[in-house]
Design a protein around this ligand. Structure first.
Ligand code: PLP
Length: 429
């Protein structure tokens, strides 16, 4: 009975019976997988809860501060809660960290000095970091401040090139930046365990090297975080995983006290550090979003796995594939034609709670060498913990998508993408 009602509301919402039947079979086969994801969410939920309880989180912490923001006990408690969850000494969690890129910039610029060298032992970093580091010439880059950069690429199979890493470490090497998620590159995402092995190796070569992990899209996917395996700093965006969809803006930097403080002196001012920064009433959504984050991440993961299986069995290339372990929430699908990519994104958009009536179109976005199409009907602008997709319009016609605040919404969005592709006659069911 319930199934009938469900099917009928799906059909009312525009999903054909054929698409429903095909997808139901896929979903049935994912039950065990989903149970495992729920277990990790359960663990992480308790981890977050414990940190909130132990720090005596209270109503008073949701009060707004203005001006300098001196004595913002809500902000200070939020930072203690983050530090505890990450088993770290200290944290900087601020709405003034405007994005993931900004948080990474602050962590890097706060801890590097002229003459130091930055090393990426995991290949090319995320696109926006190229300008920050100065890989591509950019005003205000670290390179302009006399900070050099070295890189050891991953091996063709995605493994670490130990020899190349060893050779890249010099007396100047001050900080290693390790990107956990593949982002939009075609390399595997690193597990926390792999990151631990890499950090151990780096410290063996140079005990005082600062190991920083770009943790974007990785938070709460596993039961441990990079700070549990030796990372000195862990950095991310609050409009991705740890904001749980409720954080309207912000970023975080957690890790060793000295390094977090260095970042704070860069974000505010030398001499001021963590002492200032009004939170303007944002503490409540930052706490509540963090509280929801483990289950939100689980929803996004289920969506990614569901999509991988749905598209893989239709013969499309998917990365990660339908069965492998997940270390972040990003899913890539190779759709093979511009038409299919556009249909996919139209489907995600049409399934959104916000702006579902608009049609996304490819456009020449600054900084890209092809047109890009984006689907995002989000409550928070640019939020990618909410169901969202984007794709460069060029071969092999990959679409990258991530997020989903609830599993039913992630599922509906993916069904709608498939529906659009089906309606255009690009697949047969
Ligand atoms: C999203 C992301 C960033 C940058 O974050 P923005 O908030 O988009 O500036 C950096 N690294 C990785 C791996 C990311 O996924």
């Amino acid at each position: 009975m319930l199934t009938e009602e469900l099917n009928s509301i799906y059909q009312t919402m525009g999903i054909d019976k054929k698409v429903l039947e095909y997808s139901q079979e896929i979903e049935n086969n994912l039950k065990e997988r989903f149970v495992k994801i729920d277990r990790i969410a359960e663990f992480n939920q308790l981890k977050v809860l414990k940190a909130m309880q132990e720090n005596h989180l209270s109503d008073i912490h949701f009060a707004a501060t203005t001006g300098y923001g001196y004595n913002d006990i809500g902000r200070d408690t939020l930072e203690k809660v983050y530090a505890d969850i990450f088993h770290a000494e200290d944290a900087l969690v601020r709405p003034q960290l405007m994005s993931g890129t900004h948080a990474l910039t602050v962590a890097l610029a706060g801890n590097l000095r002229p003459g130091d060298e930055l090393l990426s032992p995991v290949g090319k970093p995320y696109d926006t970091l190229e300008g920050v580091i100065g890989i591509t010439e950019s005003r205000g880059s670290l390179a302009e401040y006399g900070i050099t950069y070295a890189q050891a690429d991953l091996l063709p199979d995605g493994g670490f090139d130990w020899e190349a890493i060893k050779a890249a470490i010099t007396p100047k090497t001050k900080l290693a930046t390790i990107q956990r998620s593949k982002g939009y590159a075609d390399r595997p995402t690193l597990s926390v365990e792999q990151i631990g092995a890499l950090i151990k190796f780096l410290k063996e070569q140079k005990p005082d090297i600062i190991c920083m992990v770009d943790n974007c899209y990785g938070e709460f996917v596993e039961a441990i975080e990079p700070t549990d395996v030796g990372a000195d700093l862990c950095v991310g965006s609050l409009i991705k995983n740890p904001g749980g969809g409720l954080a309207p803006t912000g970023g975080y930097i957690v890790g060793r006290k000295e390094y977090v403080e260095n970042a704070a002196y860069r974000l505010s001012s030398p001499g001021l550090g963590k002492e200032i920064g009004a939170t303007l009433g944002l503490n409540a959504p930052l706490f509540q979003g963090l509280f929801l984050s483990p289950t939100v991440v689980a929803s996004a993961l289920k969506g990614a796995i569901y999509a991988a299986n749905l598209y893989e069995k239709l013969g499309f290339g998917v990365l990660p594939n339908g069965t492998e372990e997940r270390y972040d929430i990003i899913q890539a699908v190779t759709l093979g034609s511009a038409e299919a990519v556009i249909a996919f994104c139209e489907g995600i958009q049409a399934a959104a709670p916000v702006d579902s009536y608009v049609t996304p179109e490819p456009w020449a976005m600054p900084g890209y060498n092809s047109e890009v199409i984006m689907a995002a009907g989000a409550f928070v602008q640019g939020s990618s913990i909410e169901l969202s997709a984007d794709a460069p319009i060029k071969p092999p016609y990959n679409v990258f998508f991530q997020g989903g605040l609830t599993w039913p919404h992630a599922k509906f969005g993916i069904l709608m993408s498939l529906q659009r592709i089906y309606k255009k006659g690009l697949i047969r069911l």
